[in-house]
Design a protein around this ligand. Structure first.
Ligand code: PMP
Length: 355
């Protein structure tokens, strides 16, 4: 028999792959538009693709388990020491590693309502308790989150911007929040969608890591850099915390291909700019199209929009018959809503035409 907290786990249900929808709908794969996993509709960074096609990867060899060259490149990018960087097979695995260094039965993690399900699962599977702070307006309430910290609290999680809400917390409040958190409590600031935030809403999270030995910031190559399929992300923390995370991490989970592509992607500012510009335009088009049909949308600062369609699963099912994949979010207690990733203009036009 399993421990009760394992038996109670619900599976993480990702957006359906295009191949799965093609198989069950009979629609050709190239006619299917996937707007369900916040991927980059422009594809992968061209510099990453070029680096991969020029690389001579020996598949019989294990990859560099320490990701030394990539850690150096990321450290240089953020102007921090290399031993502050912890690379993972997707930022999800960095979150999960951190969770396993800190949580166990009897310890608590605190986070806002509508927090990223993979984080919640990672904490639950260790048997930790959760304190969930309500977000009645879909924004993280930092004051209530700080007030919720008690002697059992080991970890506080904040995604900024949040998923599935798309909302952000303002940098001054976040800075004040970090000052309030006691030193024995670790703060995980998940910045998977950082690149999509407008400049005036961004805080200097790396500067906060320099000031706070209990802060971990995570970033990913899956979204703006377009490398979701290679599974690669990282955390930034002072060396004490970073060392523990490295000890807990499984060896060899990050392929050589992922490491090579990520180094090249970091240097592809041009692709990043193109992605963000397209996303900004698309978000306006998608949001106003949805609102014109009477659907409430939460103001998003990411590459997706959360919309009230009055029955998310049924809506997603109807769209699937037209070859469109969107993400129901009932697992977040939002049965009426769907999350729609921002595609290219042509993909958004197709979605709005079907709508
Ligand atoms: N954090 C948030 C808030 C996310 O939405 C996601 C992706 N859905 C991740 C982390 C993990 O992304 P990845 O593992 O691909 O880096």
């Amino acid at each position: 028999s399993y421990p009760a907290h394992v038996a109670a786990l619900k599976p993480y249900v990702p957006g359906l792959p295009i191949s799965a929808v093609a198989a069950r709908s009979g629609i050709a794969e190239d006619r299917i538009v996937k707007l369900a996993s916040n991927e980059n509709p422009l594809g992968a960074s061209p510099k990453a693709l070029a680096a991969l096609s020029n690389a001579a990867i020996d598949l019989s060899r294990y990859p560099d388990s320490d990701c030394a060259a990539l850690s150096d490149a990321i450290a240089e990018f953020h102007d921090v020491p290399s031993d502050w960087i912890v690379v993972g097979a997707g930022s999800e695995s960095v979150l999960s590693n951190l969770v396993s260094t800190l949580l166990q039965p009897g310890r608590t993690t605190a986070y806002a309502q509508y927090s990223f399900q993979a984080f919640v699962n990672a904490a639950q599977k260790l048997g930790a308790s959760s304190t969930v702070v309500p977000s009645p307006d879909f924004h993280v309430d930092l004051n209530r989150l700080a007030d919720s910290i008690d002697p059992s609290t080991a970890l506080v999680y904040i995604a900024n911007p949040g998923n599935p809400t798309g909302t952000v917390v303002d940098p001054d409040s976040l800075e004040a929040f970090l000052e309030r958190v006691p030193a024995h409590v670790v703060v995980l600031l998940d910045e998977a969608y950082f690149e999509f935030m407008p400049a005036d809403l961004r805080g200097d999270s790396v500067a906060w890591v320099r000031q706070h030995a209990n802060l971990v910031v995570t970033r990913t190559f899956s979204k703006a850099y377009g490398l979701a399929g290679l599974r690669i992300g990282y955390g930034i923390a002072q060396s004490g915390l970073a060392d523990v995370m490295r000890r807990v991490r499984s060896p060899f989970t990050i392929s050589e291909a992922a490491q090579i592509a990520a180094i090249a992607a970091l240097g592809d500012g041009e692709f990043l700019e193109r992605t963000v510009a397209m996303t900004n335009q698309g978000r306006t088009a998608l949001t106003s199209g949805l609102r014109a049909k009477g659907h409430r949308c939460i103001e998003s600062h990411t590459n997706f929009v959360l919309a009230d369609v009055g029955g998310g699963a049924a809506f997603a099912g109807r769209l699937e018959k037209h070859g469109l994949i969107v993400r129901p979010v009932a697992a977040y207690g939002l049965a009426d809503w769907v999350r729609i990733s921002i595609g290219t203009q042509a993909e958004i036009d197709r979605f709005l035409a079907v709508l």
